[in-house]
Design a protein around this ligand. Structure first.
Ligand code: NAD
Ligand code: 44H
Length: 458
């Protein structure tokens, strides 16, 4: 099947013009932002050029199909198949020349990102992590590049993005919006802080140019999208007859809430269901603390108990009870207008969808970074309010117990985790790694130790 054939059948649009650049061409972008863009009333005006984050594989697969792929919306009892045509070019991430050209093009109005939380290379103060050797090396490359000296291409996403945005801003290109779609609170503000921190380290002129020329938009993104497997391609072939090399499976539910300015315009995403709000915080915290926080507890607790998927873990009474206790803590901190009881009830249904094979091992990747963002802040606020934060303690304990059990959890912070595991008191060292203040809080640390024993260590 080709784009031309699908367009002739009225299933996708003939390639819309490239006006959006996306970085991180994984499953989620294709199930979410690309889907909203394809469904917007003005879809014919907005094509996406997608760059892979690290490996070129998806660019090869999707590029060979003209960017078109099948989206499978998986209900508890049936599948719905559709074709998505908003991605018009798929390019390997190491094609930096093409990336800089795409971002610098005056016709480009929006850059979106799904590069995982670890991809932001954030220091604890939300600036760029200059202790990370790759970030430090990229800073030198950026200094050379902006001073007009020959430089190798930077490797980290913040440096690649800064190079492209800096070129555009210094060429006096029109202002542009950069939209983070990763599961980080205040993701736009954090991205701004990393990029402007790096820019400032290169030169004050670059920092000013980027600050003036870029609008950083924060968003809360919500659609459970497991990593596609071979079984999906087989199901797509059986249902549609197409040997699609890059299908995506997702749940029927979808939500996208955005806060920020689009100085050069944007697709009419609201016509596809997105919401634009003046204050994103309550929505993003509800989603991150309840959905993503619970996912972590199910992943660590479920893996310890030998489960493989979210649906299996949430069917376990102890795992579900741990999730409910975490939600009880988070609910204390969220405003009423975001309907926490309704969201909790809908989450239990979404997690329980047995046909969405959401692997716990995928969710557990980079668990340290995610824990610090999704559970630690709730615990700190609850403790400051004088409450015991037992649900958070149990959640953090699920991570510690999984590691003490020897479960391999791939993590960008793996070296620190290994060091902590080698300490005389590894449980205490792991809690310190998650949060120094929580480790120093004796009552909370004792609750965590008791909960680690409850999760069961070998
Ligand atoms: N899958 C979901 O259900 C979901 C839902 C909401 C938000 N998200 C956000 O989207 C992100 C990606 O999810 P996905 O399902 O597309 O995963 P994926 O594994 O399919 O794709 C991840 C993409 O990020 C790139 N990447 C990974 N680590 C990177 C790094 N350190 N630096 C630069 N690029 C890197 C990869 O190359 C790939 O392009 C998540 O981490 C999350 O922040 C995902
Ligand atoms: O994608 P991550 O790795 O940030 O987190 C894993 C899951 O919690 C996440 O993908 C959720 O499924 C998603 O955030 C739902 O909207």
């Amino acid at each position: 099947m080709t784009r031309e054939g699908l367009a002739a059948a009225g299933e996708v649009l003939p390639a819309p013009p490239e006006r959006i650049v996306h970085l991180g061409l994984g499953a989620f972008h294709r199930a979410h932002q690309a889907w909203y863009t394809a469904r917007a009333d003005d879809a014919a005006e907005w094509g996406i050029v997608g760059f892979t984050g690290r490996s070129p594989a998806m660019a090869d697969l999707l590029g060979a199909q003209g960017g078109v792929y099948t989206l499978v919306e998986r209900r508890t009892d049936s599948d719905r198949f559709s074709h998505v045509g908003s991605v018009v070019a798929a390019v390997p991430g190491d094609r930096l020349d093409r990336f800089v050209a795409a971002v610098s093009a005056p016709t480009t109005s929006v850059v979106t990102l799904t590069i995982t939380e670890a991809g932001y290379r954030l220091a604890p103060d939300d600036g760029p992590d200059l202790t990370d050797p790759e970030v430090a090396a990229d800073l030198e490359l950026l200094e050379d590049a902006f001073a007009g000296r020959t430089a190798a291409p930077p490797r980290t996403v913040p440096a690649r993005l800064l190079l492209a945005l800096g070129r555009r801003a210094l060429l006096h290109g029109p202002p542009i919006a950069v939209v983070s779609c990763d599961n980080l609170p205040s993701n736009g503000r954090r991205l701004a802080s990393v990029l402007l921190g790096l820019a400032e380290a290169v030169s004050p002129g670059l920092e000013r140019a980027v600050a003036d020329g870029v609008s950083f938009v924060s968003t809360s993104v919500d659609r459970i999208t497991p990593r596609p497997d071979q079984e999906l391609a087989t199901a797509v072939r059986a249902a549609t007859g197409w040997d699609d090399a890059a299908p995506v499976v997702t749940e029927p539910f979808s939500d996208w809430v955005l806060e920020g300015e689009f100085p050069a315009g944007r697709p009419a995403w609201e016509t596809a269901g997105a919401r634009f709000v003046a204050d994103l915080e309550p929505y993003e915290l509800r989603k991150l603390w309840l959905l993503n926080g619970a996912h972590l507890v199910l992943a660590f607790g479920g893996l310890s108990r030998g489960y493989a998927t979210v649906a299996a873990a949430v069917a376990d009474d102890d795992c579900r009870a741990a999730v409910e206790r975490l939600w009880d803590d988070a609910e204390q901190l969220l405003p009423r207008h975001v309907d926490v009881p309704g969201y909790r009830a809908s989450l239990l249904g979404r997690f329980g969808n047995p046909r969405i094979e959401h692997r716990l091992s995928q969710i557990a990747e980079d668990g340290l970074t995610k824990l610090r963002i999704r559970i630690v802040p709730v615990a700190l606020q609850e403790r400051r309010a004088g409450r015991p934060a037992r649900g958070c303690a149990q959640g953090i304990a699920s991570w510690i117990a999984a590691l003490l059990r020897g479960i391999d959890l791939p993590d960008a912070g793996r070296a620190d985790v290994r060091r902590a595991l080698g300490e005389p008191e590894p449980g205490t060292a792991l809690l310190s790694l998650a949060s120094e203040p929580l480790a120093a809080d004796q009552a909370f640390a004792a609750t965590v130790s008791a909960a680690v024993r409850q999760w069961g260590t070998p």
